[in-house]
Write a protein of this length. Structure first.
Length: 276
């Protein structure tokens, strides 16, 4: 264990209720952070850092922070957002208009804001004209304050925008010397909240919940089941949960039906047949 970060993580991650399988392909990013931390502490190897963790409880919070993986861009997994744009969101909007209530979306683990802004862009360019009376609300949560601050600023490199429909770019963004900054109007319907999904949820119920490349990737199965069961209570009957393209719901979880299997979209079962 002295020099092998992978072996160290296989020891530490389960203690934090995380899965080594989720980190296998990205663990080098985490290991770089840990090595910087070890250097700051004056520790020579991973065995020494293990002993430091054992004797300093507060260090586990720092390790937890170092295990956050941030990979995000606009319109990530284009087939998912195309289907949301052309099908799911339109039907959810029709339902919300019929019931005279807002359409509420939650982006859980929103990183630096690309996902909730993508929803806002879809609303503006596709849905707003069709449903002018509808109140479209987005709650965006993340545990990382720095990422949320970047999201509120709304400036991104061109590489982060490559997935967006090209015709949206000039109307939605202003090009600066180094970045593209989204116009402030696209953030007016987004509420940014600092929350750890393992400890708290935003208030109210939602029609659409995006939890992609987070819970089902990095957390251990028992914790996944607890969080997804709580998400059932956060979704309205007939609401839709979207996971990452390589994720699936854990075994032993009921209350959802598969909407689009290949896109990992699941619908909250409504015993009153209030389906999307």
């Amino acid at each position: 264990m002295k020099h092998d970060c992978g072996i160290f993580l296989q020891w530490a991650l389960p203690i934090m209720k995380m899965r080594w399988a989720g980190f296998r392909k990205v663990h080098k990013q985490v290991c770089k952070r840990i090595r910087r931390r070890m250097k700051l502490l004056g520790l020579q190897d991973f065995e020494a850092y293990k002993q430091w963790l054992i004797t300093h409880d507060s260090e586990w919070n720092k390790l937890d922070n170092m295990c956050r993986i941030t990979i995000s861009r606009f319109y990530r997994d284009w087939a998912v957002f195309d289907y949301l744009k052309d099908d799911i969101l339109q039907r959810l909007a029709q339902q919300a208009v019929y019931k005279k209530r807002p359409l509420r979306c939650w982006s859980a683990g929103c990183d630096s804001g690309e996902e909730p802004y993508t929803l806002s862009l879809i609303w503006y360019f596709v849905l707003k004209e069709k449903f002018p009376e509808l109140d479209f609300q987005i709650i965006a949560t993340d545990v990382d304050t720095k990422l949320l601050d970047r999201a509120k600023t709304g400036c991104y490199t061109h590489g982060s925008l490559k997935g967006l429909p090209k015709q949206w770019l000039p109307e939605a963004f202003t090009k600066t010397e180094n970045d593209y900054c989204i116009h402030s109007s696209f953030g007016k319907n987004i509420e940014w909240l600092k929350q750890d999904i393992r400890k708290s949820f935003p208030e109210g119920r939602f029609d659409l919940l995006l939890c992609r490349n987070l819970v089902a990737t990095y957390f251990e199965p028992e914790l996944q089941v607890r969080i997804f069961n709580q998400m059932k209570s956060a979704l309205r009957p007939g609401g839709v949960l979207v996971l990452g393209c390589h994720e699936k719901l854990p075994n032993g979880l009921d209350g959802f039906s598969t909407t689009v299997e290949k896109l990992n979209m699941y619908q909250m079962i409504d015993n009153k047949n209030d389906q999307v």
